[in-house]
Design a binder for this molecule. Structure first.
Ligand code: SAH
Length: 207
């Protein structure tokens, strides 16, 4: 049942006008999919999409790309989008971010990591989206300056990420241990309703 469900999702997401089926072929050329050459902001692990949809609606002069590994999760987002007017500045990709440098080349202006999987076991830390493995990959996707915004409920992931950013040469622009964001993700709303503080960090690194 589960396999069938996933197989259906993998077909169905590509029925959406937002989902790009051959992301590798757009490397270095993502702005050709949008109506202008505005900055591209990327969210990795966008889940069901509330955050990136809200941002795209609020900021029509920025182009947004969302990456999500699982088709079954992305399908929930594309089903939401079906009920809405077309958002011109939004594109979605079903892709594993461990290969992110295969699909972007010096074209991203900002990266959002929201409530990424915490991978609590030490031996899995390199799978965290803020590990050195991923920070190396991100170096080649940013256009001018590297800018990353990270939000999480998880103290261990948060402290690890701040250290990982610093060790890799990022400067802390802003840090907040009880962040009240204007645009909230699905996980964020759930954690806030349980009274859990949201941790936020905004970091930058010159080329
Ligand atoms: N950002 C959303 C979802 C958080 S859960 C929110 O805050 O509500 C983390 C999401 O990241 C999951 O949907 C998971 O499938 C996705 N994800 C985890 N590892 C990923 C990877 N390597 N590449 C792309 N997406 C990934």
């Amino acid at each position: 049942m589960r396999l069938k469900h996933i197989k259906d999702a993998e077909t169905k997401i590509y029925e959406s006008e937002y989902v790009i089926s051959e992301p590798l072929s757009y490397k270095g050329n993502w702005n050709s999919l949008f109506q202008n050459n505005n900055d591209i902001f990327l969210e990795i692990g966008m889940g069901k999409g509330d955050f990136i949809i809200s941002l795209a609606l609020a900021n029509p002069n920025i182009n947004y790309i969302g990456v999500e590994k699982y088709a079954s999760v992305l399908l929930i987002c594309t089903n939401k989008l079906k009920l809405m007017d077309k958002i011109q500045n939004l594109q979605l990709i079903c892709f594993d971010a461990k290969y992110i440098d295969d699909i972007f080349d010096k074209e991203i202006s900002r990266l959002y990591l929201n409530f990424s999987d915490p991978w609590p076991k030490n031996r899995h830390h390199s799978r965290r989206l803020s590990s050195e493995f991923f920070l190396k990959k991100y170096d080649s996707i940013f256009k001018n300056k590297n800018l990353i915004e990270l939000k999480t409920d998880n103290d261990d992931l948060f402290n690890y990420s701040v250290e990982s950013f610093k060790k890799y040469g990022y400067d802390i622009e802003k840090i907040d241990y009880n962040y009240d964001a204007l645009y909230k993700t699905e996980y964020e709303k759930k954690f806030i309703s349980k009274g859990i503080n949201i941790k936020y960090v905004f970091v930058s690194k010159n080329k």
